[in-house]
Design a protein around this ligand. Structure first.
Ligand code: FMN
Length: 331
């Protein structure tokens, strides 16, 4: 009922952690049985250690938060020696259950760095790689891999050649048309797509005449972005043939099922775990209840959204079937 597939990767259920919001899962193990989630996704790992951005790095916003962590991490050597064994321990499974899949999110400042990481983590036997395309390509004027279809395709194709495990490309919402980038990643050979990363935002403290975050701008996440994420998952799922992992503001089983209905094969939970670190496991339990009550399965529900009659028309262009009287039908 809950099982799902991401290409060749089978998941016991569609609930995954979102990169960077739950560390490796190790600190969260005391709050719930993480052996029951579908997959654990690591924070982005880079070739060398990164100190990240100056503080403050986090600011709460209405229904969400801004972060500018700056991909702080201890680098691939440390991760392979210290963090991966812990993730494996969490994912070991118990009582005949296979346990969660271990997905490593990788970030590079060049195609060569992505390739080096893909080789090392494949050799380490992780279950899948998630390619964080929201990284600046230092060889091409720091243009983000995620904003240029050519760079996306090149990075994904190189990772695919180097990897021996499934490769998911994580897309940024900060583009004009996410389907162009989605198709480029598919063209590069991605086994699946993760949509979406955070939306660029800003908080200002007018009294200090300064931005609140140390770096000035940051990434917006949480329920505030869920409508955008749902729309993008819907658009991406309709434009490619590979599976889509939905992410952005999910905090309940109903949210997960909304993403599945819009076309997602699995759903990551991120910011919502800052307020309830046991949330993923609660969602798994609630999913089972919801699907039993509705007499359906994740596989059956996936992409079953009925297309609105005027979906092709830009917002506001739909003819008003019953124009309200009194103000000429103008909203
Ligand atoms: C504090 C924080 C750190 C994050 N770090 C990463 C990261 O290292 N790599 C990455 O691909 N995404 C990162 N993200 C983005 C999340 O994985 C996710 O795409 C985004 O937050 C939207 O999902 P959510 O609203 O459920 O949090 C981070 C998000 C937050 C809030």
């Amino acid at each position: 009922m809950l099982s799902t597939t991401l290409g060749s990767l089978q998941l016991e259920n569609p609930v995954m952690s979102a990169s960077g919001t739950f560390g490796s899962g190790w600190e969260g193990r005391q709050f719930s049985d993480l052996g029951r989630v579908g997959a654990l996704v690591s924070k982005t790992v880079t070739v060398r250690p990164r100190h990240g951005n100056p503080p403050p790095r986090i600011q709460e916003t209405p229904s969400g938060m801004l972060n500018s962590i700056g991909l702080e991490n201890k680098g691939a050597d440390y991760f392979l020696a210290e963090t991966l064994p812990r993730m494996r321990q969490l994912a070991a499974g118990a009582g005949g259950r296979p346990g969660p899949r271990v997905v490593i999110n990788i970030g590079g400042e060049s195609v060569d760095e992505f390739v080096a990481l893909a080789e090392r983590f494949s050799a380490a036997g992780v279950d899948a790689l998630e390619v964080n395309l929201s990284c600046p390509n230092v060889q091409e004027g720091k243009l983000l891999f995620s904003t240029e279809p050519r760079l996306t395709e090149r990075a994904v194709a190189a990772v695919k050649r180097a990897a021996t495990v499934p490769v998911f490309a994580k897309l940024s919402p900060n583009v004009t048309d996410i389907t162009v980038i989605a198709k480029a990643a598919e063209q590069g050979g991605a086994d699946g797509l993760t949509a979406i990363n955070t939306l660029i935002g800003m908080a200002v403290d007018w009294r200090r005449r300064r931005p609140v975050l140390g770096r000035g701008i940051g990434g917006l996440s949480g329920p505030a972005i869920r409508p955008v994420a749902l729309r993008m998952v819907y658009e991406v799922a309709r434009s490619v043939r590979i599976p889509v992992i939905g992410v952005g503001g999910a905090r309940s089983a109903d949210d997960v099922l909304d993403f599945v209905c819009a076309g997602a094969s699995a759903v990551q939970v991120g910011t919502a775990m800052f307020t309830d670190p046991a949330l993923m496991v609660h969602i798994v339990d609630d999913l089972r209840q919801r699907l039993t009550a509705a007499g359906t399965t994740i596989a059956e529900l996936r992409g079953c959204l009925h297309r609105p009659p005027d979906a092709a028309a830009p917002a506001g262009c739909a003819p008003a079937a019953h124009a309200p009287t009194g103000h000429g039908g103008q909203a």
